[in-house]
Design a binder for this molecule. Structure first.
Ligand code: C2O
Length: 552
């Protein structure tokens, strides 16, 4: 048929190298793709095959992850280091090849090794295949808006310092829009993103939060936006003056240039989830310039305060999925696997007590966990290869379905119960049958601080059935699940001091990482993986790895 005849192979080469760039009044060596920050925007149509040849000319081990791509039967291309593949060593290359099907909208790609994603990232845009159109009026132009985070340091050193000492990492020095800090930061008036618009036209903003450790509020002075998609999944139109994006998430929003011609700031600053701590790293800005207007001082939006949880919650909980989307799957009603998973920061014993590795609270090291299992990546073989070749000793399948103690968010003595506060390191995964339906209640713990964790699941979209604050109470909540038109996502910002319920069908064999997308929490262990068994037929099983698959 014509729609299949139009499917194309879209091929790119990524040359990953160190280079020097100037930001915030100084030069800094960074690792980047094809010499640009952010890296190239990849554009495909739904149904296309994407092939990206990655040449690692950087001094670091490297992998690339295609964040939010379903990777149906192509787990070898997913990318998280030591989960689905061993790293591409300096001087080596690997070609990622996968079909982009059953999803449209905005996704992105990023390094999935150490903190390299701070500078190794870019947009991945999926448009409808020929013969199909958007479920909203065709925009005049489409504009990627990549929100990022910048350090005046080598980011790998920043991460290593945090993991070695067990203390929190140093704060970033700026947030960025399309790689630029914007003119509220020193030496940055030329380092400001500008978007030219024509009065009366509508623009599709493809907003991506690529920041490492911060959720962000995004606003445009005097303009409203209409959200039409999140995480490459269509939503019912939702009109708002502020967009909230957690690291890993994306928002597609229509912007109509319908105000008095002039200049308006777009701006983003953190929705800080650590209670009581204001951000020190400022506000990033870009400038919307109506065509034909002369230079004038742009109008600045009033951004929500760093602790404005009601505004964040309103945005996150009001979005609903578009049932008329061609990719809508419906919510599975029957649940095969029920899980209750605590997510949060913990403490762990020092590697060598009394030395530099002991700078966390109580002379211990900061760690994080799911159900008190602090996830450690294997180093000898990727988990996916271990799964495919039946190799023992790389991971264990005893990830607990519930926490070791009944968790009570409101009870301080429970919070300081050692059984919850102190965690141990392991590589425990949850094994599920092909096509099993899985429901996970994610509960923030707040043992060391009241935080919101953006939990990202590789390989699947999930429905968000409910979210709220305090203790999850199954008796009250189940009646309030949205089973009709819940939003579909790959990353859920579990509310500050609260919980969220997600549900998905494990229809893709392989090993699928689930983890906090705050990069500081990933090496601390806030992760696990789903090992989804092969289905009954060759068509429902994971095919063998490609020939150039990196060796450990
Ligand atoms: Cu965008 Cu496992 O990450």
């Amino acid at each position: 048929t014509s729609s299949f005849a139009s499917a194309a192979i879209v091929e790119h080469s990524f040359h990953v190298k160190n280079l020097t760039v100037n930001r915030l009044c100084r030069n800094q060596v960074i690792t980047a793709v094809n010499g640009s920050l952010p890296g190239p925007t990849l554009r495909v149509k739904e149904g296309d095959t994407l092939v990206v040849h990655v040449f690692n000319k950087s001094p670091y081990n490297l992998t690339i992850h295609w964040h939010g791509i379903l990777q149906l039967f192509s787990g070898w291309a997913d990318g998280p280091e030591y989960v689905t593949q061993c790293p591409i060593r300096p001087g080596q290359s690997y070609s990622y090849r996968f079909n982009v099907t059953r999803q449209e909208g905005t996704l992105w790609w990023h390094a999935h090794s150490q903190w390299l994603r701070a500078t190794v990232y870019g947009a991945l845009i999926i448009r409808p295949r020929s013969g199909r159109s958007y479920p909203f009026p065709k925009p005049h132009r489409e504009v990627p808006i990549l929100l990022g985070e910048w350090w005046n340091d080598n980011v790998v050193d920043v991460e290593n310092q945090a993991t070695a000492t067990g203390a929190p990492p140093i704060d970033s020095n700026a947030f960025t829009i399309n790689g630029w800090p914007g003119d509220l930061y020193p030496c940055s008036s030329r380092h400001t993103y500008r978007l030219q618009v024509v009065h009366g036209k509508t623009y599709l903003l493809r907003i991506i939060n690529a920041a490492l450790n911060n959720q962000l509020f995004f606003k445009i002075a005097n303009h409203e936006m209409t959200v039409v998609g999140v995480d490459a999944s269509y939503t019912n139109p939702y009109i708002t003056d502020v967009v909230v994006v957690a690291p890993g998430q994306t928002v597609d929003a229509l912007l109509t240039a319908d105000q008095t011609p002039g200049r308006y700031y777009m701006a983003a600053n953190p929705y800080v989830s650590l209670a009581g701590v204001a951000a020190v790293n400022g506000t990033t800005t870009g400038i919307i310039v109506y065509e034909g207007t002369t230079a004038s001082r742009p109008i600045m939006p009033v951004l929500p305060a760093f602790n404005d949880t009601p505004t964040a919650h309103k945005f996150f909980s009001n979005i609903t999925g578009l049932v008329s989307s061609p990719f809508w799957t419906g919510v599975p009603r029957q649940i095969d696997e029920h899980m209750f998973v605590t997510v949060g920061a913990n403490l762990v014993a020092c590697d060598a007590p009394g030395n530099a590795s002991c700078q966390g609270p109580f002379g211990l090291k900061l760690a994080a966990s799911m159900n008190n299992a602090s996830f450690q990546l294997p180093t000898k073989l990727s988990m996916l290869e271990a799964f495919f070749r039946n190799v023992d000793g790389i991971y264990t399948t005893d990830f607990p379905d519930t926490p070791p103690l009944q968790f009570d968010y409101t009870n301080a003595s429970n919070s300081f119960n050692q059984a919850l506060l102190i965690t141990t390191k392991s590589t425990k995964v949850k094994k599920v049958k092909f096509n099993a339906t899985v429901q996970v209640v994610l509960q923030n713990t707040a043992l060391l601080g009241v935080e919101s964790h953006p939990i990202h699941l590789h390989g699947f979209n999930f429905h968000v059935l409910a979210q709220g604050f305090g203790n999850y109470n199954p008796a009250i909540v189940a009646e309030n699940f949205n089973l009709v038109n819940p939003q579909e996502r790959n990353t859920i910002a579990v509310p500050v001091g609260g919980w969220a319920v997600i549900r998905f069908r494990a229809n893709n064999p392989g090993v699928w990482f689930i983890h906090c997308h705050l990069d500081v929490h990933l090496p601390w262990g806030l992760a696990t993986a789903f090992v989804v068994e092969n289905g009954p037929t060759p068509e429902t099983s994971l095919p063998p790895p490609p020939l150039d698959f990196p060796k450990c």
